[in-house]
Write a protein that binds this ligand. Structure first.
Ligand SMILES: [Zn+2]
Length: 276
């Protein structure tokens, strides 16, 4: 079996990362303390600005060109997952570029700063916004998805800089809002011009490197029929039986689609909206 041998420089970087565990955990704790729970259009801002400013300050200290900006709203109809009235007021996106020495390929490091709701606080064994270290694990809302990964990216760049490493290609570190809710933040970054020859996303993957992920397809089926009261005996929509039979015909085909070797098998989700 081929044995990986690190160069002396690589060894120093790895050692610095290993010895910096406390500093890394401290950064994760600082990010978790920012309440960036995903929110609906019209909800007041949370701590999105505060969190992005924590990252921006450290990135500026590394010599990065940092942009912190509130994009224009994503145009209505751009994606069916994005509410038409969503805007980025109080939800800035961050793009920081570390210029390479030249002649190398560029790399994008991306993560989302929003986290899903902590839900019922009484079911937490500790404050979800006050990270606790227990038995070698950090507990707090968003630690895994994905403030831990964002902190990893930043800390890795800091360790490289402390060892005097300047990569050949540019590195773009970018963090966005609105991933959990709609995907609008990621689209805003692309619209802003974020590009790279390769990219790493800090989405949790069980410490495996995933080289591909599933996409999704959203479609709307319009059924013409006569609406009936929900309590009616039999169908509540005269078109339903037709829709059901169509769904039944589609379902096996979607489920049996050959799964890509690098991704999980396909899955289906179904939602219903009625306009009368
Ligand atoms: Zn995530």
């Amino acid at each position: 079996m081929k044995q990986e041998i690190l160069t002396a420089l690589e060894e120093r970087v790895v050692t610095r990362i290993r010895e910096g565990t406390d500093e890394l955990v401290s950064l994760v704790t600082e990010l978790v303390a920012c309440d960036t729970t995903a929110r609906d259009p019209g909800d007041p801002p949370r701590d999105e600005v505060k969190l992005q400013q924590v990252l921006a300050a450290r990135l500026r200290a590394l010599g990065a060109d940092v942009e912190l900006f509130e994009p224009e709203p994503i145009a209505a109809g751009h994606s069916p997952t994005i509410p038409f009235d969503l805007d980025f007021g109080g939800r800035p996106q961050l793009v920081a570029t570390l210029r390479g020495a030249g002649g190398g390929r560029s790399l994008v490091l991306n993560g989302h700063i929003d986290a899903v709701t902590p839900g019922d606080a009484s079911r937490w064994s500790s404050d979800p916004f006050k990270a606790e270290i227990r038995e070698g694990h950090v507990y707090g809302r968003g630690t895994c998805d994905m403030k831990g990964g964002i902190a990893d990216f930043l800390f890795a760049l800091e360790c490289l800089a402390r060892e005097g490493v300047r990569l050949a290609g540019d590195v773009t570190f970018c963090t966005n809002t609105d991933e959990e809710s709609s995907g609008a933040g990621g689209l805003a970054l692309v619209a802003h011009g974020v590009r790279g020859d390769a990219g790493l996303c800090a989405e949790p993957s069980g410490f495996d490197a995933w080289v591909a992920c599933r996409g999704y397809l959203i479609f709307t089926v319009t059924i013409t029929g006569t609406m009936l009261p929900g309590a009616s005996k039999g169908c509540w929509w005269s078109g339903r039986s037709r829709q059901s039979s169509r769904s039944r015909r589609m379902a096996p085909r979607m489920g049996s689609r050959r799964s890509m070797a690098l991704t999980a098998p396909p899955s289906r989700q179904c939602g219903a909206g009625i306009s009368a």
